[in-house]
Write a protein that binds this ligand. Structure first.
Ligand code: CS2
Ligand code: MG
Length: 404
């Protein structure tokens, strides 16, 4: 079998998605997600200008070899653009291999280790009453674990909170420049324990509650927050510091027993080396889409398993249904699965990307369709072309740019 076509499809059924479609001389097709939120066209160029020409004529069964060829062969290793492009190729090849075998992908990854995949949803509120309503709405949708994010008194715009529509989905900022949000760490640190207190009082002790600090804290601030939240037993505190400084997590870990989750912006195992070998975190958060695909993410999970660290694949709405499908197959198969983030997609997105995975009672299942189980409707995709859009940026109240 040979790859005879490699096509990149960009579509915006509400937000931008980048998809690689490979076709073989047998007529099999494979899809891979290459969406890099706010920097989509850089990956499109990487794929169309530099990768697609190399794929033509290759044997699609040689997944490991192709991965190494793209990773080592480029000389310029790592980075989100390279690894998103590589991920798309890797997942498309797994899709083809599983279709050729007539099996759902999870069967090629060792088969199911569980019956279904536990997820968490997103609850957001500008204030505590609005957040409580949002948690209730998530529970009504079937979620059995919820991430809670709240506005902070005195701040006008906090990421993931003000910028939501009625469904709780993050609104895409389709404009020429990023929206500017504001931030005050002291105000945030004062407010979040009260948020947890209110949600625990309303929904009881058992509901798993998660929180995302979006890389905004110093290690000492993160340790303080983790300690203040301990009475509320959070499931985890996510991205408490900008963790490219891995050693910083030693300080956080020494201060708190609140479980820590990190890694949605990481793209290779080297970003995790100290965090894993020193057991400084509890969950690895990388997405199939940004980590180079199923091949390296499976290796990361096996490495993490040696240190009792679990998987928690990044799954916001900017991971396309193609990326989500690949994640759910991996979630079902790996032993050290922890939880899967899942905020769902709009009805239109689900029409453009018809998928076999299903969501019931807060759990996902990849379905039994051969491959990853996603079909791309290219006509519909073409009817919703790319629209320039940015993630917001974050500034302190004196105007200084801050981590978001
Ligand atoms: C977030 C994401 O899902 C999460 O945990 O951190 O919403 C993140 O901000 C976006 O995926 C960025 O593209
Ligand atoms: Mg996050």
């Amino acid at each position: 079998m040979k790859i005879v076509d490699a096509k990149v499809v960009v579509t915006s059924p509400g937000r931008n998605f980048v998809t690689l479609k490979l076709t073989t001389d047998d007529g099999l097709t494979g899809l891979g997600d290459a969406t890099l939120n706010g920097r989509e066209l850089a990956v499109v160029s990487y794929l169309t200008d530099h990768v697609a020409p190399l794929l033509l004529g290759l044997d699609p069964h040689r997944i490991e070899d192709t991965w190494q060829y793209l990773y080592r062969g480029a000389y310029w290793r790592r980075g989100p653009v390279t690894m998103a492009a590589t991920a798309a190729v890797d997942v498309a090849l797994w899709d083809i291999k599983a279709k050729a075998a007539g099996l759902p992908l999870y069967q090629l990854l060792g088969g199911a280790s569980r019956d279904r995949v536990r997820t968490y949803g997103h609850a957001n509120g500008r204030d505590i009453p609005e957040l409580l309503d949002s948690v209730r709405a998530q529970l009504d949708e079937g979620y059995q674990a919820v991430r809670i994010q709240s506005g902070v008194p005195g701040l006008k715009a906090v990421y993931g909170v003000h910028s939501t529509d009625d469904s709780g989905s993050a609104v895409l900022h389709q404009q020429a420049r990023p929206l500017v949000e504001d931030w005050d760490t002291d105000a945030y640190l004062r407010h979040i324990p009260a948020v947890f207190d209110a949600v625990r009082s309303e929904f009881g002790a058992e509901l798993p509650l998660l929180h995302d600090a979006h890389h905004r804290l110093t290690p000492v601030q993160a340790g303080r927050l983790g300690k203040d939240l301990e009475p509320y037993r959070p499931f985890w505190l996510e991205d408490c510091t900008p963790a490219e400084n891995q050693e910083a997590l030693r300080l956080v870990r020494a201060d708190t027993t609140t479980p820590l989750a990190i890694g949605e912006v990481f793209n290779t195992v080297y970003d995790y080396q100290t965090l894993i070998t020193e057991q400084l975190i509890d969950y690895v958060r990388s997405a199939v889409t940004h980590f180079g695909g199923v091949t390296p993410l499976r290796k990361l999970f096996d490495f993490a398993a040696q240190y009792q660290i679990k998987s928690a694949i990044h799954g916001p709405e900017d991971i396309s249904p193609v990326g989500m499908a690949a994640a759910v197959h991996l979630d079902l198969a790996v032993h050290n699965f922890g939880i899967q983030e899942y905020s769902g997609h709009t009805a239109l997105t689900n029409e453009v990307f018809r998928h076999a995975y299903t969501f019931t009672d807060g759990h996902l299942h990849p379905g039994e369709a051969p491959g990853i189980g996603v079909e791309l409707d290219e006509e519909m995709a073409a009817a919703h072309p790319y629209e320039a859009a940015y993630l917001p940026v974050n500034r302190l109240q004196d105007g200084t740019v801050h981590d978001w």
